[in-house]
Design a protein around this ligand. Structure first.
Ligand code: NAD
Ligand code: 6OD
Length: 486
């Protein structure tokens, strides 16, 4: 069985107190790895290694030298592409094609794109007048923040971790990463890559473990951590923000969502069905940007529900390595229980179950996996639990609407504000509606399509701050103003 150790100061190490925990396959619940849980001592060692590397060798490199090394990281990930795909499939149980075509390549790109950003970022300067007529020149330099604590979730582990590590390193910081306890494999592989391409020891560190009273909490409490970037649940973000307040550390948060999909009657019908289907069911619904509330203009409502039902009933359950599989399990037994509890609530609150609502019949070798059916509901009021709360599963509620104002009000009636997908062929309407939806990103006639150089983040309780392209520099660097009397 695979053993996963912490990666501290360029070495793979187990915990001094000998604590290990098990990683189970989502597909069949078999134990696939044992993982060394970092205690306070390992977290302290990792943070101190990061601090020393950042103040020392890493901080002393030129931008060009760092950029070259990060290009090397991207190239080495590409060289070991199959290892990364296999590791992510084992951890998440999600189909080969999703890892191969979406998550792993985008993860590798995170190193190249942010290396390019840092290479090309312009510096700000202003000439000012002074009473003696000589003037002064003000110019800004950007300096790294220091040690960045990176805490990442399990749903797209490699993509969401590198999305933070790429810009943090490009800006000259060192990092200590706490991957989700459910998905440590690709972060460990990245440690191997870092050593192979010559990233100095201590620049990239990994501590494994859980959140409360474990590696995650210890990391957020460490006084040498200068800033914390976190992707995960809104509730966890609240806890981390309290820890970050001690020492006045900056935070960047990408949190939960309850995203709306809006389908107007003038849409390209087949494209809208395909797009909404993908946004609800990709990754078994475990995508922060996924759609759990669908609003369809009344004149095409019945036809749309029937088409989405047909697609939901045609998914291919199966092991991720099997190229015919299009649909994987949920991440864990605990998450399966959570999603099934929402399936039960929808039923109790009077939903019309269009399809799904339970557990599929699986072959004997997959029976212990965390499988649930793709599920569609109609007929619930906007106040129903499954229409309000984030489920993070393969399910949606579909309601009819009659006017633009009505659907905008419904889409905005949530504490979250992450994303929306709108389907219409009337471009004036698309722009008009998009501007009024209170989210960080709106897609028009598409979904989950974003240039890594653009701003990404959530409104309301879906996050704090924006990352992506130059926006990431606002978080991963500090600006210093230098004023020269001329
Ligand atoms: P989670 O909040 O349970 O865990 C995320 C990470 O935080 C894990 O590594 C976990 O160990 C750690 N953690 C938990 N408690 C902690 C604590 N007290 N101190 C420090 N670390 C702690 O989230 P999850 O279940 O892994 O992921 C699913 C959630 O993430 C969903 O709500 C989803 O919407 C959200 N998400 C958001 C985005 C985004 O970009 N906005 C992207 C992906 C996922
Ligand atoms: O790469 C992206 O655009 C991104 N941040 C995706 C987030 C996916 C959340 O599950």
């Amino acid at each position: 069985m695979q053993e996963i150790r912490n990666f501290i100061n360029g070495e793979f190490v187990a915990a001094a107190d000998g604590r290990w925990f098990e990683k189970r396959s989502p597909v069949d619940n078999s134990v696939i790895a044992r993982i060394a849980e970092a205690g306070r001592a390992e977290v302290d060692a990792a943070v101190r290694a990061a601090h020393a590397a950042q103040k020392g060798v890493w901080g002393g490199l030129t931008t060009e030298q760092r950029v070259d090394l990060l290009y090397g990281v991207a190239d080495e990930i590409t060289r070991r592409f199959e290892d990364f795909v296999a590791a992510e499939m084992a951890d998440t149980g999600q189909p080969n094609h999703v890892q191969r075509h979406v998550f792993i390549p985008r993860g590798a790109a995170n190193f190249k794109v942010f290396a390019d950003v840092i290479k090309n970022v312009p510096a700000e300067s202003f000439q000012m007048a002074t009473p003696d007529g000589r003037g002064a020149l003000n110019y800004a330099i950007r300096v790294p923040k220091g040690v960045i604590g990176v805490i990442s979730p399990w749903n797209a582990p490699f993509l969401l971790m590198t999305w933070k590590v790429g810009p943090a390193l490009a800006c000259g910081n060192a990092v200590v990463v706490k991957p989700s306890e459910e998905t440590p494999l690709t972060t460990t592989l990245l440690g191997e890559v870092m050593n192979k391409v010559g990233i100095p020891a201590g620049v990239f560190n990994v501590i494994n473990g859980f959140g409360p009273n474990s590696a995650g909490e210890f990391l957020t409490q460490h006084p040498l951590v200068d800033a914390i970037t976190f992707t995960g649940e809104t509730r966890t973000g609240t806890t981390i923000m309290k820890a970050a307040a001690e020492g006045m550390r900056d935070v960047s948060f990408e949190l939960g969502g309850k995203n709306a999909g809006i389908v107007f009657a003038d849409c390209d019908f087949n494209a809208a069905v395909d797009g909404i289907f993908r946004s609800v069911f990709l990754n078994t619904g475990q995508v922060c940007l996924g759609t759990e509330r669908v609003y369809v203009e009344r004149t095409i409502f019945e036809q749309f529900v029937a088409a989405l039902k047909a697609k939901a009933e045609s998914v291919n359950y199966g092991r991720p390595e099997d190229h015919a599989s299009t649909y994987g399990p949920l991440i864990s037994a605990e998450h399966k229980q959570k999603v099934l509890s929402y399936y039960a609530k929808a039923k109790a609150e009077g939903a019309n179950i269009v399809t799904g609502g339970g557990v599929p019949t699986m072959p004997a070798d997959l029976q212990d996996g965390h499988w649930v059916q793709p599920t569609i509901w109609t007929g619930l009021p906007e106040t129903a639990t499954v229409v309000r709360e984030e489920i993070f599963g393969p399910c949606c509620h579909i309601s009819p609407f009659d006017s633009e104002d009505e659907v905008i009000n419904k889409a905005n009636a949530t504490d979250y504000g992450l994303s929306t997908t709108i389907w219409t062929t009337n471009l004036a309407r698309a722009h008009r509606v998009a501007a009024r939806i209170e989210v960080g990103i709106t897609w028009i006639n598409c979904w989950f399509l974003r240039d890594l150089r653009t701003a990404f983040g959530g409104s309301k309780q879906s996050g704090i701050g924006r990352e992506g392209g130059v926006h990431s520099l606002e978080f991963y660097t500090e600006t210093r103003n230098i004023c020269v009397k001329l």
